[in-house]
Design a binder for this molecule. Structure first.
Ligand code: ADP
Ligand code: MG
Ligand code: MG
Length: 887
């Protein structure tokens, strides 16, 4: 029979950190901390398997669960010397959710469970503090109603605010025991009024209500959205943790706080966190009062006059520093900690690997490797390749003039400019129309996740460095400025007041996540610096990886940028992109529309010098590295003149009547250009096009080789080959031109002639093709289109519906469909290698920059991946991680 309940406490535990799947992250780590002998209030975890059972059985529990829970509760009683529900020996508990992957803010926690009209008096007696007892009771009613009974917390906040206003108080801490007791009465009356049922007094009923609420919350809207955004499977389920309460709200020698063992924004190796005296649970995160710094050093740096934990509770602080150190060393990673101090005694309530910015992740990984805590392989494996994107983004130019309209907390780094919007729905809507927005909120909540995703940056007027907005923005890698108290947001009027100025929805502002500034208008930005920790990780990654990383580039600017990001050659140069320039397009159109070979050759002669100079520059930038150039590929309609004006222009250049040209244009119209006259089909109809391009390439290779002193390595690539005869026909022309240029110049050119594998037939017949092709480059964009029979340009219309209905999990144009398209690639690789063991293999579709797809390429042992310049560092890291995973 399955074991549903795992106990922890009193220096030992039934589970441990390795049981994350079964106990959830929180439960597994609570158990681990217990086994390490750290001060953790005892408790037990109901497994994620129970959650699965619950949903598989119409939301019911297995019969034996109740007895297991009772046994575990009794054990908690033994460790604490108390008994749940016993007013003479009161044991209160918290009920906390905890899934396998951390889902911050998704599931709510109920504290102080077990309180009722009778036990609250017992708590007052036990603690000698009535004020504390009633404060705890009112918190419990509010949380329990919100989470379990579906009565919104705003109902209670209103009562509390009215009560405070009536008494002329500012802070919750101003209320006396009698005030709180009156508030409790009002709360209970509210419950009766709104729900037609009294607040439950039976602790057992409360407990099972809370357990059920946690399991049900797995399917609430917020949780479902979060899972969808983070690709967390529904089948994982959540665990429930029931744990003896400790109290941070027992007066001035009590406190609650959160901390990171290193700075989660910068990675600096310093304890970093916030706490509040006489507070409970998420008070710190909710920002009810301005939280205080943990260390004196941080307090001074923040310029705060509120004392640090180090100062107010030095013994508990010293314990905490020691424990933080132990935990970091034990988990060998930066930890995110939650703690409570009850009358001077420290209790640990949570530890987990801390979320961090990309910048911090790099610094922490590099420093831990240098400290000898982890290996270089581990350091490299710890960086999420996609997160490097954050570092490649611009920051504000220090020279730019700044029109500062507010200063908040630098909650998540990076700078962003956009139009002000005040709601998440609006952010999403504008983003869908290609607009850039800054989401401006008093504070954010889990309901704002979609808006935060859509926004370039997030600005809040309330909340600290550990507020929801700050934590989530850091996770997303979005710039965020939080707690900008001088700004006033009016949702009704849709305005923001800043230092006497009014900003409306749609006004452009800039936020600087590096220093917390809010600026009016757009501001000049700078490209990022790729040195320091970034360079170290990249260097280590390069030493580990086996695959080369090239770039897709056709312009000198892209090629240079890619080189600075570490590209080792060009994997795809799309020559058609060079044809759209204003001074070329007319000649290109002449070439296409000429109806004789002679006419085409005349137009091609005009293009030759331009093409040659393009290639000279690329060869020079990539001196000594391979450059793969693809012959003209696109459907010709992309080049056809549109409208009378363009037709007239080309007609004049060619010296033919506009009417004739119009007819010729119409005759070239295709019903399905993607599958029409494109790729090598063009070179077969018009070999002179391929010949001109080959000549431009070879002449450029000679010229660039002479200039740089390093021979260029052109790799000429024939697109859209389906049958070997196509390839051989084109290759024969290329070889002929090569021979001619070598004779004319007297220079030997080491070139390769190969093909794209982008049609299923080519993958299947890779054996034949490899007999004459020196290399394959898998063009996985077209291969995905042709394997699925889905046009990429039309896919957006229905792929989203496919995703929502669970037909497909991921867009196959973003992440390679390994089962299908990947199978074709695998076949191509195997058959190609069989025919030509030293065949060069690469990939040049969008997938070449997608970490998951790169892993698959490494598995197949491809020689290189090629991707857009900005993805080069991502690919370098992903290729290294693939090598680490391969072992
Ligand atoms: P989350 O998953 O949202 O972080 P938690 O379960 O960690 O929620 O609970 C939030 C906070 O509630 C904790 O950080 C802690 O301050 C408080 N808390 C939870 N359980 C207890 C307990 N047994 N005693 C005291 N405080 C608790
Ligand atoms: Mg929470
Ligand atoms: Mg927590």
């Amino acid at each position: 029979m399955a074991k549903w309940v795992f106990a922890f406490g009193g220096g030992s535990a039934e589970g441990g950190a390795g049981d994350r799947n079964l106990l959830g992250g929180k439960g597994a780590n609570l158990a681990e901390m217990c086994s390490l002998g750290l001060p953790v209030p005892p408790g037990f975890t109901i497994t994620t398997e129970l959650c699965t059972h619950y949903y598989a059985n119409d939301r019911t529990y297995p019969e034996e669960l109740e007895a297991e829970v009772d046994r575990a509760l009794a054990k908690v009683g033994e460790v604490t010397g108390r008994r749940f529900g016993d007013p003479d020996n009161l044991l209160l508990v918290s009920v906390r959710s905890g899934a396998r992957a951390s889902m911050p803010g998704m599931m709510d926690t109920v504290l102080n469970l077990g309180l009722n009209d009778e036990t609250v008096e017992a708590l007052a007696r036990d603690s000698g503090d009535r004020r504390f007892a009633y404060d705890s009771y009112r918190r419990f009613i509010q949380m329990y109603c919100d989470v379990v009974m579906g009565l919104d917390h705003e109902n209670f906040e209103e009562i509390l605010e009215d009560g405070k206003a009536g008494l002329g108080y500012e802070f919750d801490t101003d209320l006396s025991a009698e005030d709180w007791s009156r508030i409790v009465d009002l709360y209970k009356a509210k419950v009766l009024e709104e729900l037609d049922t009294p607040f439950p007094q039976d602790p057992r009923e409360q407990l099972w209500g809370a357990i059920g609420a946690v399991f049900s919350s797995w399917m609430n809207h917020r949780a479902i959205t979060y899972r969808r955004l983070h690709n967390i499977p529904e089948s994982w389920g959540t665990a429930v943790n029931v744990q003896a309460m400790v109290f941070g709200n027992m007066g001035d020698d009590s406190a609650t706080g959160v901390a990171f063992t290193r700075n989660p924004s910068t990675g600096e190796k310093k304890l970093y966190g916030e706490f509040l005296v006489n507070a409970q649970g998420e008070d710190v995160v909710a920002g009810i009062r301005t939280p205080q710094s943990l260390t004196e050093e941080a307090r001074v740096a923040a310029g705060s006059d509120k004392p640090s934990l180090q100062k107010v509770l030095p013994d508990a602080f010293a314990d905490f520093v020691r424990i933080a150190d132990t935990l970091e060393g034990h988990y060998r990673d930066m930890q995110d900690l939650e703690f409570t101090i009850e009358r001077g005694k420290l209790w640990m309530l949570q530890t987990r690997a801390g979320k961090r910015t990309a910048k911090a992740a790099l610094k922490i990984a590099v420093e831990m490797a240098e400290e000898g805590l982890i290996t270089r392989e581990e350091a490299v494996a710890r960086i999420d390749p996609a997160s490097l994107d954050q570092l490649l983004h611009p920051t504000i130019d220090p020279e730019a003039s700044r029109d500062v309209i507010g200063i908040g907390l630098p909650a998540s780094p990076g700078a962003a400019t956009g139009e002000i919007v005040f709601s998440s729905d609006e952010a999403e809507e504008l983003k869908a129309h290609g607009r850039k927005v800054i989401l401006v909120r008093v504070e954010t909540s889990p309901e704002d996740i979609h808006g935060m995703h859509a926004a370039e940056g997030i600005l809040t007027t309330r909340g600290g460095m550990t507020s929801h907005a700050a934590v989530v923005a850091r996770g997303m890698g979005k710039p965020c400025v939080s707690g900008t108290g001088s700004l006033r947001v009016d949702y009704k009027k849709q305005t923001m007041q800043a230092l006497g100025r009014t900003f409306n929805k749609g006004d452009v502002i800039t936020i600087d996540g590096a220093n917390g500034q809010v600026l009016a208008g757009a501001v000049a930005m700078l490209q990022p610096e790729l040195s320091g920790d970034f360079a170290s990780i990249m260097e280590w990654a390069d030493a580990i990886r086996q695959m080369k990383v090239r770039t897709n580039a056709e312009t000198p600017a892209d090629a240079r940028m890619a080189r600075s990001f570490g590209a080792e050659g060009i994997g795809l140069c799309r020559t058609e992109h060079m044809f759209f320039d204003d001074d070329r397009i007319v000649a290109v159109r002449e070439m296409i529309l000429a109806d004789t070979e002679e006419g085409r050759r005349a137009a091609l002669a005009k293009l030759l010098p331009m093409q040659r100079s393009d290639f000279v520059e690329l060869f020079e930038i990539m001196a000594g590295m391979p450059v793969t150039i693809r012959l003209l590929d696109p459907p010709l309609h992309e080049f056809l003149p549109k409208g009378e004006e363009e037709i007239a222009e080309v007609a004049a250049a060619m010296g033919v009547p506009a009417d004739t040209l119009r007819q010729r244009t119409e005759s070239l119209h295709e019903l399905n250009p993607m599958l029409g006259h494109r790729g090598c089909r063009l070179a077969i109809s018009y070999p002179e096009i391929a010949e001109m391009q080959a000549r431009a390439i070879f002449e450029a290779a000679v010229e660039a080789g002479q200039r740089t002193g390093r021979p260029a390595e052109p790799e000429i690539m024939v697109p859209l080959v389906g049958v070997i005869e196509e390839f051989e026909f084109v290759k024969a022309r290329i070889d002929q031109v090569a021979k001619a240029v070598m004779e004319e110049s007297g220079v030997e050119i080491a070139y390769l002639c190969g093909t794209m594998i982008e049609l299923p037939r080519a993958a299947l017949r890779a054996g034949d093709i490899a007999a004459s092709a020196a290399f394959f480059s898998f063009g996985t964009n077209d291969l995905t289109q042709t394997a699925f029979g889905i046009s990429r340009d039309d896919a957006a219309l229905f792929l989203e519906a496919y995703r929502q209905k669970g037909i497909i999990e991921q867009d196959p144009f973003v992440t390679l469909d390994i089962d299908g398209v990947g199978e074709l690639v695998r076949i191509g690789v195997e058959r190609g290698r069989q025919a030509r063991p030293d065949i060069k293999l690469g990939i040049c579709g969008e997938h070449g920059g997608d970490p998951a797809s790169i892993g698959f390429c490494a598995e197949l042992g491809l020689d290189y991946v090629s991707c857009s310049p900005f993805r080069v560092p991502i690919a370098r890291l992903a290729a290294a991680q693939a090598a680490v995973a391969k072992g």
